[in-house]
Design a protein around this ligand. Structure first.
Ligand code: PLP
Ligand code: COI
Length: 358
C-alpha cells in the first residue's frame, strides 16, 4: 500500500505567524500548513494519498456530498509535553469509529494504517504549530470524508474524498456548562445515525443549540426521541453524573449515542478516584430528582473538544436546576486533571493511551 506523499512545495507559515496564532488560537481560527488528502473510487480503491497545502478545494457543484449529506468526521488531539515531545491520544479508537461511521453511511472504510499515517504526518510536518502545554492548548486534528461523485441521482457515491486538517485549539468550553433540554427537538432515534459521527447529526441539532443560547444555556442535553424520558448525551459531548454513593453513571451505548473516547477513558480512570463506573439507562426524572435531593452530587460532560466540563445547571421550559452549589464538582476537577495530566505527560500513562509522534 502506497504512503501519503509529501508535496515539497507547500508554503510554510513564518515563526511570527505561528506565534501570533498561538497567542489566541480559538477553535479552528488557524490551520497548519499541510493537510492530508486521499481519494477513493469504486474502480481503484484508495489512491492519490498526499500531504498538500491546506487550502480551497475545487469541486463541481453537483458532487453528491453537498446535496445528500454522505459525510463523516472525527476529532482527536496531539499534545506537547514538557520535554518538547509530541503525542496523540488513542488515535486507533478514532480510526475504528471513523470506519464505523463510514459503514453506517454506506461509505468505504479508510484502512486504519492510512488513518493513522495521515493524522501522524499532519502533526509531524507541522510540529511548530503544536502549542506549548501551558493553558491546555493542543493541536486538534479533523479527519473527514465526503461523497465526491458528480451525481444528482440519490445513491451511494462511487467517489469519496478524505481530508485531515490540523489546527491549534483551546478547550471548546472555557466556562462550566448549563445544559438545555429542548421540549421540541431530538438528535437521534432507533435505527438512525446517532452513533455515527456524521455532519447531518450536527446540522440537525443547530436549531436546538440556538434555542439553548436564547435560554441562557451553553449547549443541549438530548433526551431519547421516542419517550423524552431518558438522558442520552450533550450536543458535542457525552454526559455523566456522580452519585452520593460513589458511582460514575453514564447512559449505556444504545446505538443512538456517540461512543466517546473521552467517555471510555473516564470510565477507565473512575476507580482510581474512588468511583464505580456504571453504564446504564439514566432517566431524566432520576436526574432531576437526584440533583434536587443531592443524591446526584456532580454532573459533567466530556469530549475531545470539550475535555471534561463541569455541568452546573440544567434547564428546560419546566425546570431550572442548579447542581450542588453551582460550582464545578471536586471529583469532576480531579478526573479532568488526571486525564489532561496523562495527555500532557504529567501523569503516568498506565493504560498505554499515548502514541509518540514527534
Ligand atoms: N458526543 C457527541 C455528539 C460528540 O460530538 C462528541 C465529540 O466528539 C462526543 C460525544 C465525545 O466523543 P469523543 O470523546 O470521542 O471526542
Ligand atoms: C470533538 O470533540 O472532536 C467534536 O467533534 C466536537 C465538536 C467540535 C463537533
Amino acid at each position: 500500500m502506497s504512503a501519503f506523499a509529501v508535496d515539497p512545495t507547500v508554503p510554510r507559515a513564518s515563526a511570527t505567524d505561528i506565534a501570533v496564532a498561538l497567542q489566541d488560537p480559538g477553535f479552528g481560527r488557524y490551520f497548519v500548513d499541510h493537510m492530508a488528502q486521499a481519494t477513493w473510487s469504486a474502480a481503484d480503491g484508495w489512491h492519490d494519498k498526499a500531504l498538500l497545502a491546506t487550502g480551497p478545494l475545487s469541486l463541481h457543484p453537483a458532487v453528491s456530498g453537498l446535496h445528500y449529506g454522505q459525510q463523516i468526521f472525527e476529532g482527536l488531539k496531539a499534545y506537547r509535553h514538557a520535554d518538547d515531545s509530541v503525542w496523540m491520544f488513542r488515535p486507533e479508537k478514532n480510526a475504528a469509529r471513523f470506519a464505523h461511521s463510514a459503514a453506517r453511511m454506506q461509505m468505504p472504510a479508510l484502512p486504519t494504517e492510512d488513518f493513522i499515517e495521515s493524522v501522524t504526518k499532519v502533526v509531524q510536518l507541522n510540529l511548530d504549530w503544536v502549542p506549548q502545554a501551558e493553558g491546555e492548548q493542543s493541536l486538534y486534528l479533523r479527519p473527514f470524508m465526503f461523497a465526491s461523485e458528480i451525481q444528482i441521482g440519490v445513491k451511494a457515491s462511487d467517489y469519496y474524498t478524505y481530508i485531515c486538517l490540523g489546527m491549534p485549539v483551546m478547550p471548546f468550553y472555557p466556562q462550566p456548562l448549563t445544559l438545555w433540554v429542548s421540549p421540541t427537538y431530538s438528535r437521534s432515534m432507533a435505527g438512525g445515525t446517532g452513533d455515527a459521527k456524521c455532519g447531518g447529526n450536527y446540522g440537525a441539532s443547530m436549531i436546538a443549540e440556538a434555542e439553548a443560547h436564547r435560554n441562557g444555556c451553553t449547549q443541549v442535553l438530548w433526551l431519547d426521541s421516542a419517550t423524552r424520558s431518558w438522558v442520552e448525551e450533550g450536543g458535542t459531548m457525552n454526559f455523566l453524573v456522580i452519585t452520593e454513593s460513589g458511582e460514575l453513571v453514564t447512559p449505556e451505548l444504545n446505538g443512538r449515542i456517540l461512543a466517546g473516547i473521552t467517555r471510555d477513558s473516564l470510565l477507565t480512570l473512575a476507580e482510581s478516584h474512588g468511583l464505580r463506573p456504571v453504564e446504564r439507562p439514566l432517566a431524566f426524572a432520576e436526574l432531576c430528582e437526584g440533583i434536587t435531593s443531592g443524591r446526584i452530587t456532580e454532573v459533567l460532560a466530556c469530549g475531545t473538544a470539550a475535555v471534561v466540563s463541569p455541568v452546573v445547571g440544567i434547564k428546560s421550559p419546566e425546570i431550572d436546576l442548579t447542581v450542588g452549589d453551582g460550582t464545578p464538582g471536586a471529583k469532576t476537577l480531579e478526573l479532568r486533571a488526571h486525564l489532561t495530566g496523562i495527555q500532557f505527560g504529567t501523569e503516568p500513562d498506565i493504560h498505554g493511551w499515548m502514541r509518540r509522534v514527534g
